[in-house]
Design a protein around this ligand. Structure first.
Ligand SMILES: *Cc1c(COP(=O)(O)O)cnc(C)c1O
Length: 460
C-alpha cells in the first residue's frame, strides 16, 4: 500500500478492540524466575502472596502457561471510555528530520491520568472489588500511577491510599490534588505513619524518598489493615499482561494497512509499557514467525539494563517485598536528585529481564538533556507535550530515524508515546532555563549498591 493511503491516525473501532490480554510468558522457553520469599529464599506460591496481593491478580502473576486471558466485560467497558488509543503516523516529525524512515507512535496519554497506567489500574481495582475488599494501597513516583489508580477506585467505589515519593509530592502539588479529587488519600513518603517510614527517616534524615521506600510503606499498610491489599503499577508480570492491550491494538492497527515494523522502541522504567507494547511482536519472535529489533530506552542516571546486574534483589528499600530476579542497580540505589526525567526505579520487570538476558531485545541509556531536546523537537512538530519518560523513546526513535537518513533505509519505526508532560513543567522549566544537568552514576557508586544485593543460595 502506498504511503499516501496511510492516515495520520489509525484508529480501531470499538469492536476491533482486544477481548483478551496476551500473556507472553506462554511463548517464552526460559520463563521469568519466580518470586522468592525474602526470609527463606523459597519460591513464593499462591498462599504466600495472599496477604499482600489480590487473589485473582496472584493467579495472573503466577500464570506462565495461558496464552490468552479474557478481559472481563466491565474492564472492557471502562477501556472504551478512553480506548482504543490512536496509532499516529509522525509525518511532521519525519519531515522535520528529513528521514526516509516511517515513524509511528502509539499515544497512551489521552486520559486524565496522562499515561498508559490506567490500563492496569482498572484491572487491578476490578479484581480487588470482585474479592470484596475495602480498598487498596500503593506508591506513586511521578504521580501517574497514583492518579490512574485513584480514577479506577473512584469508578468502582474502592478506598485508595497512595504513598507518594516526597520529592514528587513537593514538586507536583497539582498531581496530588487530582488524586484527592478522585477521592484518594495521599501521604508523602517516607512518612511517620509506618514503622518502615520512621526507620528510613531516622537513618536518612532529610531524604527526598524513592519508589522503593514508598513501596515498603504501602505494603506495610496493606498487610496491617483488614480488607486492604497492595497494588503496583509496573514491574510485575500481571501489569505487563494488562498492558498487552497497547501492543495488541498497535498490531491490529498496523495489520489493517499491512505495515510490518522493523524497529519497536519503548521507554523502560519498571518495564510495563514496553512489555505491553512489544508483547504480541515478541510472541511472533519467540515462536520464530517474524523478527523485529526491539529497543528498551532507559535514563543514563538509572541504567538498570545497560549497567545493572541480573540477580535476585529486593523490590523495595525496606526489604519486605518478595525477591525478584531482574536487571537491577540494587534496592539501595537512589537516582541523583537532579534527575527529572522519570523512570527512577532501581529494578526491571522479570519478564523483560529474562528476554533481554536471552538476547531478544536491546537496551540503550540516554542522558536527560538529550531526552528533553527530543521532547522539545517532538512537541514543536507533532503538537503533543510529551512526558519526560515517554521522551526517552522519542530520543531513541529520532536517533534511529537519523541513522536512516545517513543510510537511506526506509525503515518502519514504532514507538510508545506513553503520556503527556503537563505535570512535569518544573523539569521543562529547568531545561528551558538551561539549568538541566546530566548525572551518570560512577562505577564505584553502582558497586557499593551491588555489594548490598541479597545473598540467595544458588545465585552468584
Ligand atoms: C510510569 C510511566 C512510565 C514508566 O513505567 P513503565 O512501567 O516502565 O512503563 C513511562 N511513561 C509514563 C508516562 C509513565 O507514567
Amino acid at each position: 500500500m502506498s504511503t499516501e493511503q496511510i492516515p495520520y491516525k489509525i484508529y480501531l473501532s470499538e469492536n476491533e478492540m482486544p477481548t483478551s490480554w496476551y500473556n507472553v510468558r506462554a511463548d517464552m522457553k526460559n520463563k521469568p524466575a519466580p518470586l522468592l520469599n525474602p526470609g527463606t529464599g523459597q519460591p513464593m506460591g499462591y498462599e504466600d502472596l495472599r496477604p499482600v496481593f489480590c487473589d485473582e491478580l496472584i493467579r495472573q502473576e503466577l500464570d506462565n502457561d495461558d496464552r490468552e486471558i479474557p478481559i472481563p466485560q466491565e474492564i472492557r467497558d471502562f477501556y472504551k471510555m478512553y480506548r482504543p488509543s490512536p496509532l499516529v503516523r509522525a509525518y511532521c516529525l519525519e519531515k522535520k528530520l528529513q528521514t526516509p524512515a516511517k515513524i509511528y507512535y502509539k499515544f497512551e496519554g489521552n486520559n486524565t491520568s496522562g499515561s498508559h497506567k490506567l490500563n492496569s489500574a482498572i484491572a487491578q481495582a476490578y479484581y480487588a472489588k470482585q474479592q470484596g475488599l475495602k480498598g487498596v494501597t500503593t506508591e506513586t513516583g511521578a504521580g501517574q500511577w497514583g492518579t490512574a489508580l485513584s480514577m479506577a477506585c473512584a469508578y468502582l467505589g474502592l478506598d485508595c491510599k497512595v504513598y507518594m515519593v516526597k520529592v514528587s509530592y513537593e514538586q507536583k502539588p497539582f498531581r496530588r490534588e487530582v488524586m484527592r479529587t478522585y477521592g484518594a488519600s495521599v501521604t508523602p513518603s517516607p512518612s511517620d505513619t509506618t514503622a518502615i517510614g520512621r526507620k528510613i527517616l531516622a537513618e536518612h534524615p532529610g531524604t527526598t524518598g524513592s519508589l522503593g521506600c514508598a513501596i515498603s510503606e504501602a505494603v506495610e499498610v496493606a498487610t496491617s489493615t483488614p480488607g486492604y491489599r497492595y497494588v503496583l503499577g509496573s514491574v510485575l508480570n500481571q501489569v505487563l499482561l494488562h498492558q498487552s492491550v497497547i501492543g495488541l491494538e498497535t498490531k491490529a492497527a498496523l495489520d489493517k494497512y499491512g505495515i510490518v515494523p522493523d524497529i519497536i522502541i519503548g521507554c523502560a522504567g519498571g518495564g510495563s509499557n514496553l512489555g505491553g507494547l512489544i508483547s504480541p511482536f515478541m510472541g511472533e519472535k519467540l515462536r520464530g514467525e517474524r523478527d523485529y529489533r526491539i529497543i528498551a530506552v532507559e535514563p543514563a542516571s538509572c541504567p538498570s539494563f545497560t549497567r545493572g546486574r541480573f540477580a535476585y534483589d529486593f523490590c523495595d528499600t525496606g526489604m519486605v517485598c518478595p525477591l525478584a530476579k531482574m536487571y537491577t542497580l540494587g534496592s539501595s540505589f537512589i537516582p541523583a536528585p537532579n534527575h527529572a526525567g522519570g523512570l527512577r526505579y532501581h529494578g526491571m520487570s522479570s519478564i523483560l529481564s529474562q528476554l533481554y538476558h536471552d538476547g531478544y531485545m536491546e537496551a540503550v541509556a540516554v542522558e536527560q538533556t538529550k531526552v528533553f531536546e527530543a521532547a522539545e523537537l517532538f512537541a514543536r512538530v507533532e503538537g503533543i507535550l510529551p512526558a519526560p519518560e515517554s521522551s526517552h523513546a522519542i530520543r531513541a526513535a529520532i536517533d534511529e530515524a537519523l541513522k536512516c537518513r545517513e543510510t537511506g533505509e526506509e525503515k518502519t519505526i514504532v514507538f510508545g508515546l506513553t503520556g503527556t508532560g503537563y505535570f512535569d513543567l518544573v523539569a521543562y522549566e529547568k531545561f528551558n532555563n538551561g539549568e538541566m544537568s546530566d548525572y551518570i552514576p560512577t562505577d564505584a557508586e553502582l558497586e557499593a549498591s551491588f555489594a548490598k544485593l541479597p545473598h540467595v543460595p544458588g545465585q552468584e
